[in-house]
Every structure is written in structure tokens, then in C-alpha cells.
Ligand binder design. Structure first.
Ligand code: FAD
Ligand code: A2P
Length: 408
């Protein structure tokens, strides 16, 4: 039997207020007896309607199982079964597929997060992410609702905006998380392809507000090997998808590269190319949710070869300066000095220093691995000139969930 992520309620924390049962839209998915509130695995459709209203958080518990816990078992519990050490008879509940997927995603993300130089926490005000809900064995099936090229026609950089619709399947995501795409077919060794991670480019409530969809920003990877042009498997699969095609999706993944939700937070975003995807999501979330007078600011440093190579160049221009300060820089624009993001950060040094001094500042880097060294050097130089020490500040920011790097 394939593994599933079973939704359970913690009997030790639950105050038996009946809120979950009242909010559950599916008749009988949440029930109770004199002892416990329980979730019927046959009926729960992961719609998450019960999660937010629960006053204690008792509702928010999950176990990967191959043999789901029955209602009778749940009614008998005084506490939840241990997640880390399954009960003696529970070998059947271990889930090699789930663990393999978690390992695969963790390994990819560990490499992507190396630039943080240590483990980082999520921002204190980040929302609770759901991770690893869908696996290789149990992927969500999404339908392509649209696929649009978003770099200019004459650009060498072919970047697409893809909208995936999940229909009636719940697929909760937060800005900054990634999803896994499993390209169909097998690799050169006859094994199913590894999944590829892609950052979600839309806010948690959907590409279109309150629709069960999300968007991606994917660059078609082409490279030369042995003198021949080769196509990257995952990116070409995604960029060639047609409206109506079905895609196998895993995840979501990532529990630290998340945005702060308190209105005082200043968010500094630094990216190249498709590294802009999570920042599109964070910016749109702020745009939808902000109230007049909210003090938190946003600033974006975005590097591309030319204007035509910069994904979302048009829509980005339209965002008001009151929402986000845009520092776009180009390395190959004719008649213009070559400029990388780190050069622009240095040019904005005095403003950046003010941001660095503010405990409400959260910094995010995403995109080319190569930019990390240059960006770090720029921060270091700005710190030197403003009575700060970058190494000390970075460590403190990282430990407070305020410095995040995701590069690939
Ligand atoms: P593969 O078939 O895996 O081929 C890769 C091969 O291509 C490599 O062996 C290398 O030799 C070569 N290659 C790869 N890239 C290049 C290059 N740029 N130049 C030259 N040679 C190259 N990608 C996005 O487009 N959008 C995203 O939002 C996104 N988010 C990501 C988030 C995370 C956390 C991570 C880790 C990666 C993300 N990626 C994103 C990268 C993505 O996962 C794939 O790695 C990328 O699409 C290439 O996969 P592929 O299957 O097309 O190439
Ligand atoms: P360039 O390629 O002109 O040197 P890409 O188009 O390959 O996704 O890259 C996006 C942008 O990042 C380009 O402007 C590219 O410049 C720039 N870039 C390349 N290397 C670095 C680096 N080490 N630091 C910052 N930006 C870089």
C-alpha cells in the first residue's frame, strides 16, 4: 500500500471545543466520542478548513503511515503515537518512499542553503508551512492552466510563467517554498528521473486570489556536452507543457526561506533570473494584504543581462514605489556600464546600512550561486564604513531567521 500523510488530533492539547468539527465541510471527517476528537482518514480531503480556527493547535498533527490509524485506535489514545520512534508493531507504518523523498528534497535544499553558512530559522512571524504532503508514490496531479514566455522573443533566455491548477486537491504552500516536479520517463540508467525543485511564484492564496492554483517561473536550460546541444530534462519538460496537460507534483518543500508576516518587517530581496520567483510571491502577498500606514518596506535588487532578459520586467515596472523600491541592474545592456546586483547594493550603500541597522530587516538572496560572494563582499564593505561588522551581523541575523540564501 502506498504511504499517506495522516491527519491526527493531539488528545493531550485538544480542549474539546468542537471548533474543528464545526468548521469541517465534510460530513463525518471529524468526529468525537466522550474521550477524543478524531479524523477519519477515509473522509478527510486535506482541505485544511479546520486548521486555522483551532484555538490550541491540537488539530495540526501529521504522521506518514502505510497503515492508517483507525478511528478506534484514535479514540483510545491518551497521547499521539511518537513520530520519531514508531510503536513496536508499527514497521508497516514506516514509509520508505516518504523518507526517500524527504531525503531527496533535504539534500537539494541543503546545497541551495549553503550560502547561509549555518542552519537558519524561519522568521518569527512566518506562517506554519506544510511540507512533504505529496510524494513520488502519492503525487498531487495538477493541470496546466497557462504557460507564457515572459522574456522578450529575441532574448536567449527563455523563461516561462506556468500556472498549475490543483482542482479539488488541497496543496497548501507559502511564499518562499518550492514544489517538486517529476519529469515523466526514465534517465540514462533506466531509473525514474529525479524530481526538480521550482520555487512557487505566487502567494499562498493562489496566482488568482482564492483559486486553488499556483505559478512557477522556469528557465529553459540548454547546455553543450561533447559538442552537442543538450536540453535540461526538467526545465524543458515544464517549459514545453501545454494548457490542459497533467503534471505530477510533490511537496511542498522548505520550512525556513519564508516571509515575515508582521507589518513592521522590512524585506530586502536580492536575485538574478528565476531567483525572482519567490520574491514575486512575497511582493504580491504584501500587495494583497498591506494596510495603509503599515511601516514595513520592501526593496528589490534584481540583475539580468538586459531588460528583455529580466522576467516580469513589464509588470514589475507597474508596482508602486510605495510598495517596493526596485533596483534593476543589467550586465549586457548596450551603451550601459556592466552592473551586477552587488554593484547596485554598493551604490545604495548608505540606505542599505540603515536597513542593516534595523532589527526589523529580513534579507533574502535567490538565484545564481555565483552572486553570493559578491553580495557578501558588498555587505561587508558597507558594514565597514558604517560601524558594523558583517560576520557578526550575519550570524545574529541568521540566528534570528533574518538572513536567508537559496541559490542553485
Ligand atoms: P538537468 O537535466 O538536470 O541538466 C542539468 C545539467 O545541465 C547539469 O548537469 C549541468 O551540466 C547543466 N546545466 C544546468 N544548468 C545549466 C546552466 N545554467 N548552464 C549550463 N549548464 C547547465 N529553476 C527555475 O528555472 N526556476 C525556479 O524557480 C527554480 N527554483 C529552484 C529552487 C530550488 C530550491 C532549487 C534547488 C533549484 C531551483 N531551480 C529553479 C533549478 C531547477 O531545480 C533545475 O535544477 C533546473 O531547472 C535545471 O534542471 P533540468 O532538469 O532542466 O536540467
Ligand atoms: P553576465 O551573464 O552578463 O555575466 P543569467 O542570465 O545567466 O541567469 O544571469 C542573470 C544575471 O546574473 C546576468 O546579468 C549575469 O551577468 C549575472 N551574473 C553572472 N554572474 C554573476 C555573479 N557572480 N554575481 C552577480 N551576478 C552575476
Amino acid at each position: 500500500m502506498s504511504a499517506i500523510r495522516q491527519h491526527l488530533i493531539d488528545p493531550e492539547v485538544c480542549i474539546r471545543c468542537n471548533t474543528c468539527e464545526e468548521n469541517c465541510p465534510i460530513d463525518g471527517a471529524i468526529t468525537h466520542n466522550a474521550d477524543n476528537y478524531v479524523v477519519d482518514v477515509e473522509k478527510c480531503n486535506y482541505c485544511m478548513s479546520c486548521i486555522a480556527p483551532c484555538p490550541t493547535g491540537a488539530i495540526d498533527h501529521w504522521r506518514m503511515v502505510t497503515t492508517p490509524y483507525s478511528l478506534e485506535e484514535q479514540f483510545s489514545w491518551d497521547e499521539l503515537p511518537d513520530d520519531a520512534e514508531p510503536a513496536a508493531n508499527a514497521e508497516t507504518r514506516t514509509n520508505a518512499d516518504h523518507e526517500a523523498l524527504e531525503d531527496e528534497a533535504t539534500a537539494i535544499l541543503d546545497v541551495a542553503h549553503q550560502g547561509q553558512q549555518g542552519k537558519v530559522k524561519p522568521p518569527f512571524s512566518a506562517a506554519h508551512p506544510f511540507i512533504n504532503i505529496y510524494t513520488r508514490e502519492n503525487p498531487a496531479i495538477a493541470k496546466v492552466a497557462g504557460n507564457y514566455r515572459i522574456t522578450s522573443e529575441n532574448s536567449d533566455s527563455d523563461i516561462h510563467h506556468i500556472v498549475l491548477d490543483f482542482g479539488s486537491t488541497a496543496f497548501p504552500v507559502l511564499e518562499g517554498q518550492s514544489i517538486g516536479i517529476i519529469p515523466p520517463g526514465v534517465d540514462g540508467r533506466g531509473k525514474p528521473h529525479n524530481m526538480r525543485l521550482y520555487s512557487v511564484a505566487s502567494p499562498r492564496d493562489g496566482e488568482r486570489p482564492n483559486h486553488n492554483n499556483l505559478s512557477l517561473t522556469v528557465k529553459r536550460v540548454l547546455f553543450e556536452e561533447d559538442g552537442e546541444l543538450q536540453k535540461g530534462v526538467g526545465s524543458n519538460y515544464v517549459c514545453d507543457l501545454q494548457k490542459g496537460d497533467e503534471v505530477q507534483v510533490t511537496g511542498a518543500f522548505g520550512s525556513t526561506f519564508l516571509m515575515p508576516n508582521h507589518p513592521e518587517a522590512n524585506i530586502m530581496m536580492i536575485c538574478t533570473g528565476t531567483g525572482s520567483a519567490p520574491f514575486r510571491a512575497m511582493t504580491e502577498r504584501r500587495r494583497r494584504k498591506r494596510s495603509p500606514g503599515d511601516p514595513g518596506k520592501m526593496m528589490l535588487f534584481f540583475g539580468a543581462r538586459t531588460k528583455g532578459d529580466l522576467p516580469y520586467f513589464g509588470p514589475l515596472q507597474k508596482l508602486p514605489n510605495s510598495l517596493i523600491r526596485k533596483e534593476l541592474c543589467f550586465s549586457r545592456e548596450p551603451d550601459q556600464e556592466k552592473e551586477y546586483v552587488q554593484d547596485r547594493i554598493l551604490k545604495c550603500g548608505s540606505d542599505v546600512a540603515e536597513w542593516l541597522k534595523d532589527d526589523n530587516t529580513f534579507i533574502y538572496l535567490c538565484g545564481l550561486k555565483g552572486m553570493e560572494i559578491g553580495v557578501e563582499a558588498a555587505f561587508s564593505k558597507i558594514c565597514e564604513g558604517n560601524g558594523l561588522n558583517w560576520d557578526t551581523l550575519r550570524t545574529a541575523m541568521r540566528e534570528n531567521g533574518r538572513y536567508h540564501v537559496e541559490t542553485y
